[in-house]
Design a binder for this molecule. Structure first.
Ligand SMILES: *[C@@H]1O[C@H](CO)[C@@H](O)[C@H](O)[C@H]1NC(C)=O
Ligand SMILES: [Zn+2]
Length: 300
């Protein structure tokens, strides 16, 4: 028979356990049990958190230039892993410089990883989709995600919704989700563009946070309006993913957060099809007229 631990030791153990649970870089958070309502730090007291419903709080029409997805179309060597919270895709050789810019972002971002949420985290006019993919980028001037995450706009995430259609989606990476148990890795070849809709001209834009602990408020969000199709069977593959305890990760979306004082922009018309009286257009016109004049002057 061992002696009972002293009250002091008990208190120390308890404290250690609490610190462990609130650790931000640990892996001790989950979607059930000690779920999202128990996440601490910014997750608890932040005012610019994600996800939100897009549309119901009103939107402001934007007229940004098109989004540029640079080197998204090539096929890369990569890996697909189950980290217990999500299924994640990464390009193995990061020197490829898969980048995102334009669309009012005003900065250049590099792709870090791609992961999935089932069901969708954002909702659009109250509608929740069966699956949402997140392309996580960090501002290129930083060396790594961990540095960019401390700066507002240091992270840019593209969200794409999948819609339950009767048609199978031929995206090959989706089939790799099958039998991907916790901590398992498969080497794959994939093209990031295969997870984007053809038309990326319509999107929602707002400033928010990571949707997992520590919920840093550094993310400029772009959620595309056009979705991709997915069959019921493909959706069910995600529901068979297991977490670190070997339990089914039936869903992994964070509940909706308050919009508070934030503006949600909606880019609905193709870029540059702006009304005639728009100042942006007339400035652009004057500039091109001026440069033509300069060319004429030079020729003389
Ligand atoms: C997957 O690839 C990334 C990028 O090269 C690498 O950092 C990561 O360690 C790989 N994952 C596993 C589980 O090997
Ligand atoms: Zn995500």
């Amino acid at each position: 028979m061992g002696a009972l631990p002293s009250p002091k030791l008990l208190a120390a153990l308890l404290l250690a356990a609490c610190v462990g649970l609130s650790s931000e870089d640990g892996d001790l958070w989950s979607y059930e049990g000690d779920g999202p309502e128990h996440w601490s730090g910014k997750c608890k007291d932040g005012k610019h958190q994600s996800p939100i419903d897009l549309g119901s709080g009103g939107t402001v029409e934007s007229n940004f230039e098109s989004l540029s997805f640079i080197n998204y179309n090539n096929i890369y060597n990569g890996n697909i892993t189950n980290n217990g919270h999500t299924i994640q895709l990464q390009v193995t050789d990061i020197s490829h410089n898969i980048m995102l810019t334009g669309g009012g972002l005003n900065r250049v971002y590099s792709l870090a990883q791609i992961h999935f949420h089932w069901k969708s985290e954002h909702t659009i006019n109250g509608k929740r989709y069966p699956l949402e993919v997140h392309f996580v980028h960090f501002e290129k001037r930083f060396k790594k995600v961990e540095d960019a995450v401390k700066v507002k706009g240091g992270i840019a995430v593209i969200g794409v919704m999948f819609e339950d259609k009767d048609s199978r989606n031929e995206i090959q990476v989706l089939d790799q989700v099958k039998d991907l148990r916790h901590d398992m890795k498969k080497n794959i070849k994939f093209s990031p563009a295969s997870l984007l809709p053809h038309d990326t001209s319509k999107f929602y834009r707002y400033y928010g946070s990571l949707t997992t602990p520590g919920c840093d408020e550094s993310v400029v969000w772009t959620v595309l309006s056009n979705s991709l199709p997915l069959s019921n069977k493909q959706i069910s593959l995600f529901q068979k993913v297991t977490d670190s305890k070997g339990k089914f990760l039936l869903s992994n979306f964070r509940p909706l957060q308050k919009q508070n004082d934030r503006i949600v922009y909606f880019q609905s018309s193709p870029p540059h099809q702006v009304p005639y009286h728009s100042s942006a257009l007339s400035l652009k016109n004057s500039l091109s007229i001026m440069s033509s004049l300069l060319i004429v002057l030079k020729l003389k």
